[in-house]
Structures are given as C-alpha cells and as structure tokens.
Design a protein around this ligand. Structure first.
Ligand code: UDP
Ligand code: MG
Length: 323
C-alpha cells in the first residue's frame, strides 16, 4: 500500500489460564522468531487467575527475557478480559493477540507484521479449517456464527482471536465502554483497512482446552446478547405467528359455536394454555436476559482486577491506570 515500509514496536498479548506448561515454549519461540528479523517487541502474558504455577513461570520468563511482562488477575475473569488487559498494557505501535498454547502458529505473526508495515491497520487470522470436532459442537458453533455474522454484517465463521491491531485500532477498542466486549467480533466491527492471513489451527502441545461445555454455552449466549437483538425480534415474530394461529382457531371456534357444537374441544383448550404459557415464559426469559445484561453494564464494574505485575529488568515502564 504505502511506498516505504514503516518500522515500529510490536506487542504480543498472550492470555494464559493454567498454562504453566506452555508459557516457556511460547516465550522462547516468539522471542527467537522476532529477534531473527530484528523486530522490536515486547511480550505480555496475562495470567487470568490461574490455579497452577502459571504466575511463577511468567515471573521466571521476565527474569530471562527483558522484553517480557506479566499481569496477574485477582481471579479468573475470562479470556476476553485477559485480552483487554493485555491491550491496555501494550505500548507497541501494533499489537498481536494470540493464544499461549501455540495453537496460533507464531510464524504468522511475522506475516501479520509485514502486512501492518504495508499499511494495514487490522490483520485478522482466519482459520483454514476448524480442525477435528464433535459434529454436535460443529453444529452449535455454526449456528452461533450464523447469528453473529448477521449481527455484525461480517463473515465470522472462520474468525479467531488471532489478530494484529494497529495502535489506532487498539485505542478505539480500549475507548469502548461496554463491559461485555466480544473481542473477535468487535475488532472486525471497528473497521479500518483490514487484511487477512489464513492459518491452520495447530494441535495443542501441552495440557488441554480450558473451555468446558458450560463455559462455551455461556460465552455464546453472552456474545449473542452483546452483539444482536435478534432474540428480541424473534419474540415479535413469535407473537405474529401465534396471532395468525389464533385468528384461524378463533374463526374455527366461532363457526363451531354457530353450528351448535361448542362444548367439544376441551383438550384443545388445555393444549393452547400449555403452549401459550410456555411461549410467554420463554419470551420473558429472553427479555429478562437482556435486562440482566443491562444491569451488569450499568453497574460499571471493572472488566478485571489486576492483583500483580512483573516485568523484565531493562524495560522502560509506562504507568497507566487500569481498566
Ligand atoms: N484462556 C484464558 N482464560 C480462560 C480460558 C482460556 O485466558 O478462562 C486462554 C488460554 O490460556 C489460551 C487461550 O485462552 O491461551 C485459548 O484457550 P484454549 O486453548 O483453552 O481454547 P481453545 O484453543 O481450545 O479454543
Ligand atoms: Mg487452544
């Protein structure tokens, strides 16, 4: 895009939850790669309230590499919070967010950085395939992304959290006040000149996925509510369908009354009561869920609480207020 390539500092944000086994490899691998190409960089590990030795391992990395920093949460706040904490800490001209289990291939960071040098402000990592998954999980994931893609107007089916963001994009994201921020969608929603880099999801080398089914369902529901009001519109749609049914049934009952056999159909009455009762409850539940989300936002609690920090010795500190 631009005539001469820009140089700049690269911050790499790595959310980590119970990752003591993966962190040393991640730090070593990324540092070696960036040093080879003489890219000025810093690594920020965000310990998302791990219960294993993650924090001690992060501290050990800061002793070994001057360009590594660590932030520790007071408890597990979730990956989204960890990403935003990393973005707030980063002082690079561009920031890459990636998993610390190396399922996002580190070589692609270089590719992303080159695209940033050419002038792109957002570089998205796009999954070539979703890897091996249970069919039920694939179906659930497809439905989730179909709703989100409609809500954002961007194809989210192969989107990931593996992204590079220019300083402008990072500041834009940090300025957003919503607490239920969904990084993957929000970073596309903000726009800016965007490029894509395809990557193959690597197998996990250490430990196992940190997502339980319950956590995933909650994650999906929260993010749908954060990005879309489609469930609320569904209620209106349901109302219209029920109304059409009631007109048909109403005419039918009236006709029966006029024909003189109105006492029939007690089963129908019970069934209708049950169906309408359940529909009403579900609708109230959906509305209630949005009200709960509004309540959460309005309380204006911080996205995360930082309990501790550490950094490599020769690092120049930048003080900033958190959240
Ligand atoms: N992670 C996190 N907080 C959580 C769950 C996960 O910071 O509550 C981090 C985790 O350490 C990893 C990344 O998010 O770096 C992706 O998690 P994981 O590999 O478990 O998910 P998957 O790759 O299976 O989607
Ligand atoms: Mg992973």
């Amino acid at each position: 895009m631009s005539e001469h390539q820009k140089q700049g500092r690269l911050s790499v944000v790595l959310p980590s939850f119970n990752e003591e086994a993966s962190i040393p490899r991640a730090a070593q691998c990324i540092t070696t790669l960036l040093n080879q190409d003489a890219i000025d960089h810093e690594l920020i590990f965000v310990d998302d309230g791990s219960r294993d030795g993650t924090w001690a391992v992060i501290q050990a990395q800061t002793a070994q590499y001057p360009q590594v920093r660590g932030v520790r949460f007071s408890r597990n706040f979730g990956k989204e919070a960890a990403i935003f904490a990393g973005l707030a800490q980063a002082n690079g001209d561009c920031v890459v967010v990636m998993d610390c289990d190396l399922q996002h291939p580190p070589e692609k960071v270089l590719e992303m950085y080159r695209l940033w040098q050419k002038g792109y402000q957002v570089v998205e990592g796009i999954k070539v395939s979703r890897g091996k998954e249970n069919p039920l999980y694939t179906f659930a994931a497809r439905s989730f992304y179909a709703i989100l893609s409609r809500a954002t107007g961007i194809d989210m089916s192969r989107a990931s959290d593996f992204k590079l963001l220019d300083r402008r994009a990072v500041d834009t994201l940090l300025a957003m006040r919503e607490k239920n921020a969904f990084f993957r969608a929000l970073s596309s929603w903000i726009g800016f000149s965007t490029a894509q880099v395809e990557f193959e999801v690597q197998p996990r080398l250490e430990g196992e996925s940190k997502w339980s089914v319950g956590k995933l369902v909650r994650y999906a529901l929260t993010n749908i509510a954060a990005f879309s009001t489609a469930p609320l519109q569904l209620i209106t749609l349901l109302g219209v369908v029920v109304f059409i049914c009631s007109v048909v049934l109403g005419l039918h009952s009236l006709w029966q009354k006029l024909a003189g056999h109105a006492l029939e159909g007690f089963t129908t009455v019970i069934l209708l009561q049950l169906v309408i009762g359940s529909i009403l409850m579900i609708c109230l539940g959906i509305i209630g869920y949005y009200i709960a989300k509004i309540y959460e936002e309005i309380k204006d609690r911080p996205r995360y609480i930082v309990a501790d920090r550490c950094e490599g010795s020769s690092h120049d500190t930048k003080t900033e207020a958190d959240l």
